[in-house]
Design a protein around this ligand. Structure first.
Ligand code: FPP
Length: 244
């Protein structure tokens, strides 16, 4: 794979990278460790990815931290993941703020513990006016629920007489999604060899370049990210048009 320094120096980084951080459990199992150890190491990779995106000039990084389907995992694992998130938010927001990172969350707040909701609100408020990397954490997120919610909001506006059904365009629909102010991802990476989107940014990824790597998330390094970006730069994005 081409090293990032070999590509055209003028090639801009993807504006928005989205990552499905997969393989924590298998990383742990391959070392005879509990799954929680994999998630802990995964949180380290989050720090690495945020730092690398900041350094490379990426403007948006969206991380799939917990899907609306992840509630079906054993209670102890859900607790471990929520505990890690608590630690991350308590320990790292000051540092993220110092690095000019704006933190945002997408996903349903309903169902999350009250203290986590407070930490989310605090993190978003504290970093609100930062102008560097926008770190979007997808927590209790699922695309189908997001799309259904957007449809419901538009239906209510139509019933209220605020809009006509014929006013509903792709733009109006996208404006009702949680990602309304966030550009669509240019590059979506899924680690651990799985090749599916798992209800992540389905509307937003219509023309996103997808890269699947065998690396487990806890092993995902700055070099892994640079390699994915180099591969992205080899792709020709046509958005449905013809070549050239
Ligand atoms: C998938 O691996 C990973 C998750 C469901 C959780 C991702 C969470 C983190 C990386 C840690 C905390 C996040 C933040 C933002 C601080 P898996 O458990 O499905 O792995 P497996 O497929 O190998 O079992």
């Amino acid at each position: 794979m081409e090293a990032v320094q070999d590509r055209e120096p003028s090639a801009p980084p993807p504006q928005h990278i989205a990552i499905i951080m997969d393989g924590n459990g298998r990383w742990a199992r391959s070392r005879g460790l509990p799954r929680a150890a994999g998630h802990e190491r995964g949180a380290k990779s989050v720090r690495t990815a945020v730092q690398a995106c900041t350094d490379l000039g990426v403007q948006y990084l969206t991380l799939y931290a917990f899907s609306s389907e992840n509630w079906s995992r054993p209670r102890s694992e859900v607790d471990d993941l929520m505990g890690l998130l608590r630690v991350y938010l308590k320990r790292e927001v000051a540092d993220l703020d110092g690095r000019n990172v704006r933190v945002r969350f997408i996903g349903q707040r309903e169902g999350l513990a009250d203290d986590i909701i407070k930490l989310i609100v605090k993190a978003e408020e504290r970093t609100h006016s930062n102008s560097g990397l926008v770190l979007v954490i997808a927590l209790n997120y699922g695309s189908h629920a997001e799309i259904v919610q957007a449809a419901q909001r538009l239906a209510i506006r139509a019933v209220d007489g605020d809009i006509q059904p014929s006013d509903i365009t792709e733009e109006l629909f996208a404006a009702e999604l949680e990602t309304a102010e966030i550009p669509n991802p240019d590059l979506l990476i899924r680690t651990s060899g799985e090749q599916r989107l798992s209800n992540f940014l389905l509307w937003q990824s219509a023309y996103t370049e997808l890269i699947f790597t065998d690396v487990f998330w806890p092993d995902f390094s700055r070099k892994s990210l640079e390699e994915a970006i180099a591969e992205y730069h080899q792709r020709e994005r046509r958005f449905g048009a013809t070549r050239g």
